[in-house]
Design a protein around this ligand. Structure first.
Ligand SMILES: *Cc1c(COP(=O)(O)O)cnc(C)c1O
Length: 481
């Protein structure tokens, strides 16, 4: 009886129908790595919008401020991707065979029981993580890159353009483009281009053309270089250059690595696999934790679980974790905003800090986007998911603990989720609860060693923006009725 009242979330689950002893026996048999067979890999992506009563607000054409159409999106985006972007009723999209064949090279990705971390923390909680770093790009971003490259190829395009900041997205896209023999042009923020030569060389090895932004190849780049001689660039500027380059060249389109609903759709492969792996061993997750930059990996991980909540079939505690230095969910406002600093992309209603927001220069932990996926934003506004912000020093402490016992050097971004998973597992130690905690380990941190160096040297500092600073960037939100 005590058992039942303590864990109300277990009630509807298969796992709860087993006695405590049975479950314990079963949990002893759970392997370190829960692998799915190749033929157990999902054949469809799941569009959680189909199950949302409150749909995300439509994205707007910046020229007319009216909901944008597939036709209006098509000069910039591939047609099929534009269709996926605007479809909020179709629950499942078939994953084309060509994409599944590529996925098979690094998927299904393992769901790992973090036995060593549990032991280190001396917690009764059961911790699981879904690892997406098992590919050369080192993160989940390849899941969407390969889909976007496929649709571009199928449309008969010559190539795609994009921007990249730290370089993970550019790397994933260059891998995907080389697989489908597409030209790939990456505008890389100049400061990263110079400071992260290894990322740049991975991209070039895969055949991408990498240009430091602002460049002299586009009107907008030339203008910015003229106005701000010696500038080291920004993500907003690189986006503007990539979009101009796509529209100026016959047979090119622009692609984006997060935030958009199409990207979140492709990332649901993470959550669908996680759910299948848990089901395979009769495990009912109590808590699902993911880091949130633009929201695509988090949205992809939680979609199948959020879908069950929306349909009234199960209950979970879902936590989005963001940096305290870029707190769009926990301190932003829910409003229409531009997706880019250059204000040329469509507007989305999202939790945002304002498109002019730039995180403090000492912020090293990634996840620096000013806004949040419109799907994640709506789920948060409706109370389906909760959010928490963490400071970077405690994030790197969690990364270090994890790296030392679990054998994977995590990306700083992923380590936001590790931080909260550890905090929750330590709470279980206090209460004696055997919660099942699942988190997304989005990637590896091999290209982030400068940030690790700062942490190891004790030079890492935390910075939390003041209310005045946030008010300043929020003051420039567009007025949308
Ligand atoms: C890009 C990236 C993120 C952020 O992902 P979003 O889907 O934009 O939230 C997290 N982790 C890693 C390793 C990344 O490369």
């Amino acid at each position: 009886m005590v058992e039942v009242s303590r864990k109300k979330a277990y009630n509807q689950s298969v796992a709860s129908k087993k006695s405590r002893k049975e479950r314990q026996n079963m949990s002893n048999t759970i392997p370190y790595k829960i692998y799915l067979e190749e033929n157990e890999m999902p054949k469809q992506w799941y569009n959680v919008r189909a199950d949302m009563k409150n749909k995300p607000a439509p994205i707007l054409n910046p020229a007319t401020m009216k909901p944008i159409t597939v036709e209006e999106l098509s000069p910039i985006f591939c047609e099929e991707l534009a269709r996926q972007e605007l479809d909020d009723t179709t629950a499942y999209f078939d994953i084309p065979q060509e994409i599944r064949d590529f996925y098979k090279m690094y998927r299904p990705s393992p769901l790992t029981r973090a036995y060593c971390l549990e032991k280190k923390l001396d917690t009764p909680a059961h911790i699981y993580y879904k690892f997406e770093g098992n590919n050369t790009s080192g993160s989940h971003k390849l899941n969407s890159a390969i889909a976007q490259a496929y649709y571009a190829k199928k449309q008969g395009l010559k190539g795609v353009t994009t921007e990249t900041g730290a370089g993970q997205w550019g790397t994933a896209l260059s891998m995907a483009c080389s697989y489908f023999d597409l030209d790939c042009q990456v505008y890389m923020v100049k400061v990263s281009y110079e400071q992260k030569p290894f990322r740049r060389e991975v991209m070039r090895t895969y055949g991408a053309k990498v240009t430091p932004s602002p460049s002299m190849l586009t009107n907008v780049g030339r203008k910015i270089n003229e106005e701000f001689p010696g500038t080291t660039g920004s993500l907003g500027c690189a986006i503007s250059e990539a979009v101009e380059a796509a529209t100026a060249q016959e047979g090119y389109r622009y692609v984006l690595g997060s935030v958009l609903s199409q990207v979140l759709l492709h990332q649901t492969i993470i959550g669908l696999e996680t759910k299948s792996a848990l089901d395979k061993y009769g495990i009912k997750a109590d808590m699902i934790i993911g880091c949130a930059g633009g929201g695509s990996n988090l949205g992809g991980l939680i979609s199948p679980f959020a879908g069950e909540m929306l349909r009234g079939e199960a209950d979970y505690e879902i936590i989005a974790v963001e940096p305290a230095s870029c707190p769009s969910l926990t301190r932003g406002v829910y409003a229409y905003d531009y997706c880019d600093t250059g204000k040329i992309c469509p507007l989305a209603k999202m939790y945002t800090l304002g498109s002019g927001f730039i995180p403090s220069a000492n912020h090293a932990g990634g996840l620096r986007y000013h806004g949040m996926s419109s799907i994640v934003s709506q789920l948060y506004d409706d109370g389906i998911i909760t959010a928490r912000s963490v400071e970077q020093t405690e994030v790197f402490q969690a990364a270090q603990t994890f790296a030392r016992v679990e054998g994977i050097l995590p990306a700083p971004e992923s380590s936001h989720a590790i931080r909260v998973a550890i905090d929750e597992a330590l709470k279980c130690k206090e209460t004696g609860e055997e919660k099942n905690i699942v988190f997304g380990l989005t990637g590896t941190g091999y290209f982030d060693m400068v940030a690790y160096q700062r942490f190891n040297d004790g030079e890492m500092q935390d910075y939390i923006p003041t209310d005045e600073e946030l008010a300043k960037s929020l003051a420039s939100l567009p007025k949308v009725k």
